[in-house]
Design a protein around this ligand. Structure first.
Ligand SMILES: *Cc1c(COP(=O)(O)O)cnc(C)c1O
Length: 348
């Protein structure tokens, strides 16, 4: 990449997945006791799985390479062909997982329009199929918290409870794509232990805001996780001395959760800076660490991104004229100040 000042570090706002493990995290990884996880002999993987499950009030965990894998394993375990999954129309499980629901599970999807990605209990209830030979059988409702496409939006606990009640009344399983669940918990002050009662399964990413190099955990009942372990194996996800990676997850759960509040504060700063620019048409209020905004029609998006890039700042295109900034543990206050300066310089 060519930047005007090649000595300054890149401020990479494309995603919270771009972080590199800190020296302390690497030290914890190197020191981890490990074994063959397919033989269930890796003590560090077991510790991570137990620790994560306990935090969310669920029985068991399954450590996997990615959040796509944990989501897709859960969906497959909850459904069968000729059944249907209810989710929001911009849900990651539908939009960004390669059509995996059709491929892995042979299931249909009922897509609902949410408010910044959030569904209501009434919407979910109305989407549940009555028994009829023409219809797939509704088996699962899948929620996302925080919601990526919704700009890091969070659910209120009452709304999760109401959706959970509807699902239970109709005998439908409840899955949470909690790729950024810790951002939601830190932003709202909700407690992770409360989540186990509202969901049969939860997928948690360790490689987003928590800053590990690799990994997600799927949480659920012991019987559910046993079933999921077979599905992980058939997907080629049985791994061996994965404890080195699990150790990064344990380190992250112990050290990198509370600091997410710093990312949220920096996202708010960036949103304020964007609102002050005449070439920005709209900024979604950042509830957590994602800032999604729309450029005015007079400001071509490609030119905007190229101007930032020349100043060592990277961001993602998020649809025509839409851009996403993501704060994370490798973006500090000095980095935010550089972005503020670059944004102001464009309106001069
Ligand atoms: C990133 C993400 C995932 C999983 O992504 P992987 O890259 O497969 O780990 C799932 N859901 C949401 C909402 C995400 O943002």
């Amino acid at each position: 990449m060519t930047t005007e000042n090649p000595t300054q570090p890149v401020v990479d706002l494309r995603s919270d997945t771009v972080t590199k493990p800190s020296p302390a995290m690497l030290a914890a990884m190197v020191a981890a006791p490990v074994g063959d996880d397919v033989y269930e002999e890796d003590p560090t993987v077991r510790r991570l799985e137990e620790m994560a499950a306990a935090r969310f009030g669920l029985e068991a965990g399954l450590f996997c390479p990615s959040g796509t894998m944990t989501n897709q394993i859960a969906i497959k375990a909850h459904t069968e062909p000729l059944s249907e999954v209810i989710c929001e129309q911009t849900a990651h499980v539908y939009l960004w997982e390669v059509g995996g629901i059709a491929f892995h599970s042979g299931a249909s999807v009922a897509l609902l329009p949410g408010q910044r990605g959030r569904l209501t209990a009434a919407q979910v209830e109305a989407a549940i199929r009555p028994e009829n030979v023409h219809y797939p059988t509704t088996r699962l409702v899948c929620l996302e918290n925080t919601h990526n496409r919704g700009g890091g939006s969070c659910y209120a606990l009452e709304d999760l409870q109401a959706i959970s009640d509807v699902a239970q009344r109709h005998g439908i399983a409840r899955h949470l794509d909690g790729a950024r669940i810790f951002n939601a918990l830190v932003a709202t002050g909700q407690h992770s232990e409360d989540y186990g009662q509202y969901f049969d399964s939860i997928s948690v990413c360790l490689s987003k805001g928590l800053g590990t190099p690799v990994g997600s955990v799927l949480l659920g009942s012991a019987a559910f996780i046993k079933k999921c372990k077979r599905i992980r194996k058939v997907m080629g996800g049985g791994w061996r001395q994965a404890g080195f990676l699990a150790a990064a997850g344990i380190y992250a759960l112990e050290n990198n959760v509370e600091r997410l509040a710093d990312d949220h504060r920096r996202a708010t700063r960036l949103a304020d800076a964007l609102r002050a620019q005449p070439y920005v048409a709209e900024v979604l209020n950042p509830e957590t660490n994602l800032v999604i905004f729309r450029l005015a029609d007079t400001q071509p998006a490609a030119e905007f991104l190229a101007t930032l890039e020349r100043q060592g700042i990277r961001a993602s295109s998020f649809g025509p004229q839409w851009i996403r900034f993501v704060t994370h543990l490798d973006v500090d206050d000095a980095g935010v100040a550089r972005v503020e300066a670059a944004l102001s310089s464009m309106s001069e």
